[in-house]
Design a protein. Structure first.
Length: 266
């Protein structure tokens, strides 16, 4: 007779597909909603709020929150211990898995929120890291997390506010990428970077699908670049006017048959 502790029935009824993020929401026995991700030979179960494993490290909502408190107590000279570095790594991995689940489930606001947590935590560990190599071991993943943040943010805005603002969000993200490359003296690699190219392809896919020309933000950037300050002033006024007068009901929506998955694959 099978033990009630095994998960045979779950694994049997939910196939693992290599190369895909297989995620779902389920109700736990106490009625709360949890996330599950199917992995090879098993599954991961995560809470939907706060820290994915449901713990409260030292009473804080996340380990990041706890460490911020340590800086407040000890001062700006605070440096992470080996144990704290290990615990920080655990939280990075947990938020990574949950971010993948939210993206797979098209919960873009929640994916963006988890990406924001990881990016802010990366800033923190860079400032308080005890070792340059350990810092770089995290910074190498910053472009990937930033890519997820821009992708999720743009798709959330596309749903809520329409294609022009989604394009503007992608453009802001591309500028963040450029600043990141400049920070690490790698600006010459910006144009050929795979993630940068994928964001540009996503932007142009939105532009084609919704028949959006050059946005006001893009026209303003061109006017400033060409030192056409009179036109730039007019465009700024128009942007401010649109922010006040444009409501969600007047913004274009996704075309029939279009899906966010099609856009996010670019």
């Amino acid at each position: 007779m099978p033990s009630p502790r095994d998960i045979d029935s779950v694994l049997k009824n939910w196939d693992y597909t290599p190369g895909e993020v297989n995620a779902r929401r389920v109700k736990a026995r106490n009625g709360r909603e949890v996330l599950q991700m199917r992995v090879d030979m098993g599954l991961l179960q995560m809470e939907t709020d706060r820290r994915p494993d449901g713990t409260r490290p030292h009473g804080a909502e996340t380990y990041f929150d706890y460490l911020v408190g340590e800086v407040i107590r000890e001062g700006e000279g605070f440096e992470l211990s080996d144990e704290q570095c290990s615990e920080a790594d655990r939280e990075f991995v947990q938020f990574y898995h949950r971010r993948l689940c939210w993206l797979s489930l098209r919960e873009y606001h929640r994916a963006a929120k988890d990406a924001d947590h990881s990016l802010a935590f990366m800033d923190f560990v860079r400032e308080h890291s005890p070792d340059h190599d350990w810092t770089l071991s995290h910074e190498q993943y910053r472009p990937f997390v930033l890519f997820h943040r821009v992708q999720a943010g743009a798709l959330a805005i596309l749903d809520d506010d329409g294609p022009e603002l989604a394009i503007a969000e992608i453009n802001r993200g591309l500028e963040e990428f450029r600043e990141l490359f400049i920070r690490y003296d790698a600006e010459d690699q910006f144009e050929t970077d795979e993630l940068v190219q994928r964001l540009r392809e996503m932007r142009e896919s939105v532009r084609r699908r919704f028949e959006v020309g050059q946005t006001l933000d893009e026209q303003l950037a061109d006017a400033v670049r060409c030192e056409n300050y009179e036109l730039a002033a007019e465009l700024r006024d128009q942007l401010r006017h649109n922010e006040v007068s444009t409501g969600p009901s007047s913004r274009p929506r996704k075309a029939r048959g279009d899906s966010d998955a099609d856009l996010s694959r670019n």
